[in-house]
Design a protein around this ligand. Sequence first.
Ligand SMILES: Cc1ncc(C[n+]2csc(CCOP(=O)(O)OP(=O)(O)O)c2C)c(N)n1
Ligand SMILES: [Mg+2]
Length: 234
Amino acid sequence: MNGAGRGTLPPGDPHHFQLSRRYAFSGADVIVIVGTPFDFRMGYGKRLSPDATVVQIDLDYRTVGKNRDIDLGIVGDAGLVLKAVTEAASGRVNGGASKRKEWLDELRAAEQTALEKRLPNLRSDASPIHPYRLVSEINDFLTEDSIYIGDGGDIVTFSGQVVQPKSPGHWMDPGPLGTLGVGVPFVLAAKQARPTRRSWRSSAMARSPSPAGTSRLSSATTSPSSASSATTPP
Ligand SMILES: Cc1ncc(C[n+]2csc(CCOP(=O)(O)OP(=O)(O)O)c2C)c(N)n1
Ligand SMILES: [Mg+2]
């Protein structure tokens, strides 16, 4: 899942994977890309296995098949298209999820390996704080209603690997063009759209001339947005 899709599956869902996207792209037989362009996060399509059958669904016909050849393109509202596909496939799927168990287990193992690699930094007491520890601490504070807004380069990458928004629309980031500076306007917009929800903004503020191999992060702010009120969500 990329930023726009984060939270679509809740953290506990058996199909929720956060750290194995690249692994999945390189090993899958069929890849269905829904509502997102082949942008820098997918190596403009290069990270998808060249042998995979690729289906792309998007509302905008200009996005379908852009940057990478695809096997099937469907132009339309993602929700409506997926609903129609589900209806058409109902009762016709041979074996269903049980047939994909082996692949799902493989992905889960890749996910676990990636998590274990990060664990020392997630728990690190180092000063300045390691970005993994920072975003992990914020994640522990998120409630069902929290909207997480990331603004930056590295901090969004770190956040994307750790932070788990609880439902769709509860994560905002600089998007397919990586446009920095969206943090404050996104907080204002989120507050306007969902006045009773709490928004969290994370941005890495400064660089330090740090020794090679250590974090470039010298300070970071994480705060409940100044635009958010103390109103308890309903
Ligand atoms: C508007 C804009 N200008 C420039 C860039 C190119 N760019 C990508 S990451 C980056 C550095 C960002 O540094 P910082 O805001 O400190 O975030 P961090 O990487 O530390 O999270 C720059 C300049 C961009 N993505 N968007
Ligand atoms: Mg920075």
